[in-house]
Design a protein. Structure first.
Length: 291
C-alpha cells in the first residue's frame, strides 16, 4: 500500500508573540483572516458573548435610571454638581464591576472602540442595539415608580433656548472627544494604569464633561441618555440628532487622534525584510500511515 492511502497529517501553527507583559500563544489558521473574521461574525458563537451582551443591557438600564433619576426635582432643585457626581460615580462603579469587553453603555463610546480596533463590528452592532433597548427599559422603569407630580419629562435633555443647534453639536462633539480620549488612554497597556486608576479617571472625565456641558445641552455625551427618556415620554424633538451625531463624531475624532497624535511610547523600528521580528513559528507535523 502506498504511503498516500490512509495517511493523515495535522499541522499546528503556534505563533509566539512577545508583549511587554506576557507571551501570548495564538493559533493561526493557514487560510488567513477572512472578511468574516475581520468584522467578527464568529463572535456570537463564543461562550461568553451573550453574557457580555446581557451585562451591557443591565448596565445601560442601571445607568439610565441613575442618570435620569438624579435630574428629577423631588422637592429641591438638583444642582449641576449633584448630577455630575451621580453620573460620573455610576460610570466609575459600573466599569469597575464589568468585564473587559465592555461597550461603556454608550453607542458613541462603543463606536470609538470599534474605530480604535478594540472591538469588532458585529459586537459593536449588537452592543448598540441592546444599549438602546436598555435605555428605554431603564427610562420605562423610572417612569413607573416616579410620582406623576414630579415625573415631568424624566430628565429629557434639551438645548438652551439661546444656543444655536450648530453650537450645540460642537459642544456634544467636544465633550465626547474628551471622554473617549481618556477611555482609550486608560485602556492602553503602554500607559500602565491600574484598574482602579483607569476606572476613576474615566468617571472623573464624565463628571467634568457634565459640569461643563449642562448649561448648554444638558451634557448628553451618551446618545442613549438623551434617547431613553425622550422616547418614553414622547419628546423626540427635531434637534435630537445633535445627541447622536455629535457624540459619534467626537468619538471617531478621539480614536483617530489618539492613534496618530497622542499615543505615548517609543515606536519600534520595523525591518522590511522581517515584518514580524518578534514572532517565531513552530510547525509540528504528525503522520499515521498503514502498510
Amino acid at each position: 500500500m502506498s504511503g498516500e492511502e490512509g495517511e493523515s497529517k495535522v499541522s499546528t501553527y503556534e505563533t509566539y508573540v512577545s508583549t511587554p507583559s506576557e507571551r501570548t500563544v495564538l493559533l493561526v489558521k493557514a487560510r488567513g483572516e477572512t472578511w468574516r473574521d475581520k468584522i467578527g461574525l464568529y463572535e456570537p458563537t463564543e461562550p461568553n458573548f451573550w453574557r457580555y451582551v446581557f451585562a451591557e443591557f443591565i448596565y445601560t438600564l442601571i445607568f439610565t435610571i441613575i442618570a435620569c433619576g438624579c435630574s428629577l426635582n423631588l422637592g429641591e432643585p438638583r444642582s449641576d454638581l449633584h448630577q455630575a457626581v451621580c453620573v460620573g460615580g455610576i460610570v466609575a462603579v459600573l466599569i469597575t464591576v464589568s468585564a473587559e469587553k465592555l461597550g461603556y453603555f454608550n453607542p458613541a463610546l462603543s463606536f470609538g472602540l470599534l474605530v480604535a480596533g478594540e472591538i469588532k463590528f458585529v459586537r459593536f452592532f449588537v452592543y448598540a442595539a441592546v444599549q438602546v433597548a436598555g435605555s428605554c427599559a431603564g427610562a420605562g422603569l423610572l417612569y413607573l415608580y416616579t410620582p406623576s407630580n414630579v415625573r415631568g419629562h424624566l430628565g429629557t435633555l434639551s438645548i438652551h433656548d439661546d444656543l444655536l443647534v450648530g453650537v450645540a453639536f460642537v459642544v456634544e462633539l467636544t465633550l465626547t472627544f474628551i471622554v473617549m480620549l481618556v477611555i482609550i488612554a486608560a485602556r492602553d497597556p503602554d500607559n500602565q494604569f491600574s484598574l482602579l486608576q483607569s476606572n476613576m479617571v474615566v468617571g472623573l472625565s464624565v463628571a467634568v464633561a457634565m459640569l461643563m456641558g449642562m448649561p448648554f445641552t444638558g451634557a448628553g455625551v451618551n446618545p442613549i441618555r438623551a434617547f431613553g427618556p425622550a422616547a418614553v415620554t414622547g419628546n423626540l424633538v427635531h434637534e435630537h440628532w445633535v445627541y447622536w451625531v455629535g457624540p459619534l463624531v467626537g468619538a471617531l475624532c478621539a480614536s483617530l487622534s489618539y492613534k496618530y497624535i497622542f499615543k505615548l511610547g517609543e515606536e519600534k523600528p520595523k525591518d522590511k525584510a522581517q515584518p514580524m521580528p518578534t514572532v517565531h513559528m513552530k510547525i509540528k507535523s504528525t503522520s499515521n500511515s498503514s502498510v
